[in-house]
Design a protein. Structure first.
Length: 285
């Protein structure tokens, strides 16, 4: 009797264990069937960031669909299906989001920075026409150039320019890097003036007939000048420094003799250039 009870108990436990094992197997199969199986979907795009500026990058999903993103430190903001970033070095952004069909996707944005500086200097920057200037290209990380020289365009690395017309001519430069980034220079003005000139008679006749009585100098486009007149012996006989002044043909209170007299003019033109002229005038009595 006791043996039959033991056998019945063992049979009950065996059936219970088989039922429990079958239940676990069924639940495992159910879990495997209901769990979605997918490979991670990764999209990659490359962007160039110019001169450390913030850049808007378009994305194909809304901000509400984003599950996570890294790094956060240089993401400025999300806006209108796009992202503003401002990295300080080459950076890969990783954005995990859920698409409209429920799939989890990853977008990698690989950014590469390029810094291009457009800069130049000119020497000189002021002169008289015809005026030739030398341009020194001091740009950094550039491979091509666009010059606007005021009167013409150039793609040369270091152009030369000759200005034949007076006026203010503006020079500016756009420099482009290997990745397409551009730098824009500060504009520089070139001042071009007409060359200074003088009206100087080649003879005068101080004989009191009312015609050509004095020697004088009339300047044009001149800031200041001095005119020194010498006789045949090298003596300074007169000095003129304005158009209102004139030499009446006298030296030390006496009429200077007829003959040729040398004048030497030093002047400053509108471009602040100092120049000299030497000539001769004949005194006739």
């Amino acid at each position: 009797m006791k043996t039959k009870k033991v056998a019945s108990l063992l049979l009950f436990l065996g059936i219970g264990f088989l039922g429990f094992a079958q239940q676990n197997l069924d639940e495992k199969n159910k879990l495997q069937i209901s769990e979605p199986l997918f490979e991670p979907i990764i999209q990659t795009k490359s962007e160039v960031i110019c001169n450390g500026e913030a850049k808007f990058i378009k994305i194909d999903f809304a901000e509400k669909d984003i599950l996570s993103y890294t790094p956060k430190s240089t993401v400025v903001k999300f806006e209108n299906n796009g992202i503003w970033v401002q990295p300080i070095e080459n950076t890969t952004y990783k954005i995990i989001y859920q698409s409209n069909n429920g799939l989890i996707k990853t977008l990698k944005i690989e950014t590469e920075l390029e810094f291009v500086t457009a800069r130049f200097s000119v020497n000189p920057s002021i002169g008289t026409a015809p005026f030739s200037i030398e341009i020194f290209n001091e740009s950094e990380n550039a491979v091509s150039y666009k010059w606007d020289l005021g009167t013409e365009l150039s793609n040369e690395t270091t152009p030369r320019i000759l200005y034949n017309e007076q006026g203010t001519h503006e020079i500016k430069l756009i420099a482009k890097g290997a990745l397409g980034c551009e730098g824009i220079s500060i504009k520089k003005d070139i001042q071009v003036f007409e060359e200074g000139e003088f009206f100087i008679p080649n003879a005068f006749t101080p004989n009191f007939d009312g015609r050509n009585e004095t020697f004088f100098v009339i300047p044009k486009n001149i800031k200041e000048f001095s005119c020194l007149v010498y006789n045949q012996h090298g003596d300074l006989v007169n000095t003129l420094s304005s158009k209102e002044e004139a030499w009446d043909g006298y030296f030390n209170g006496y009429p200077a003799p007829s003959g040729s007299y040398i004048y030497k003019i030093q002047y400053t033109n509108l471009a602040d250039e100092i120049k000299k002229i030497i000539g001769a005038v004949e005194l006739r009595r």
